[in-house]
Design a protein around this ligand. Structure first.
Ligand code: ITT
Length: 196
């Protein structure tokens, strides 16, 4: 049996990861949430650097290997913004969405391409980077928010093939195709092969 800490302070992220872990994990792996207030200084310049900062911090606090993800919305017409600054793009989520819609107000449908990028790092308490996985999903930035599910930028992230925004998907649906699912599934496979 191996114990792995989850380094996040975002309850929505935690809900998604826990739901996926129920299906992906065997009894050999137990995930535990990092104790206390978790707010490491995410001063990296890439998703990978920030996911590593969070994973190592959680691993040190819990004295066990830890997994963390760093995620962002990258909008082509905004040169990849907000990207790694997705959490800090405006003071609250409503303002972040408003800011993007405002910046995109004159952008045509065909130029509204965007993707969610997620990088997950598994690290040890001594700072060893054990494994990294990335996941991505492509879509377009809608002209208005729709949907009640999900969190963050999900209400403006439209997936044309499914004719819905990420916030119009149930948790289960999002977890079949999301950037986070596409990083977590191979990460769990790696853990099962190399750890258990
Ligand atoms: P932790 O660092 O504690 O895990 P966080 O919310 O700061 O929590 P990120 O830095 O990875 O996590 O996320 C940056 C922002 O991107 C976050 O504040 C959300 O607004 C958004 N975000 C992350 N995952 C998302 C998802 O699956 N769907 C929509 N928006 C997401």
């Amino acid at each position: 049996m191996i114990k792995i800490a989850l380094g996040t302070s975002n309850p929505h992220k935690l809900e998604e990861i826990n739901d996926m872990l129920k299906e992906l994990c065997s009894e050999d792996i137990e995930f535990v949430l990092v104790d206390g207030d978790f707010n490491p200084d995410e001063n990296g310049l890439t998703f990978e650097e920030n996911s590593y900062i969070k994973a190592v911090e959680a691993a040190k606090i819990m004295n066990m290997p830890a997994l963390a993800d760093d995620t962002g919305l990258c909008v082509d017409a905004l040169d990849g913004r907000p990207g790694i600054y997705s959490a800090r793009y405006a003071p609250n989520q409503e303002a972040k969405i408003k800011k993007i819609l405002e910046e995109m107000k004159d952008v045509s449908y065909e130029n509204r391409k965007a993707h969610f990028a997620c990088t997950m790092t598994l690290a040890a308490p001594d700072g060893t980077k054990l494994h990294v996985q990335t996941g991505r999903i492509d879509g377009i930035i809608d002209t208005k928010p729709s949907g009640e599910h999900g969190f963050g930028y999900d209400p403006i992230f439209f997936i044309p093939e499914l004719n819905k925004t990420m916030a119009q998907m149930t948790l289960k649906e999002k977890n079949t195709l999301s950037h986070r699912a596409r990083a977590l599934k191979p990460m769990i496979d790696w853990i099962k092969t190399n750890f258990v």
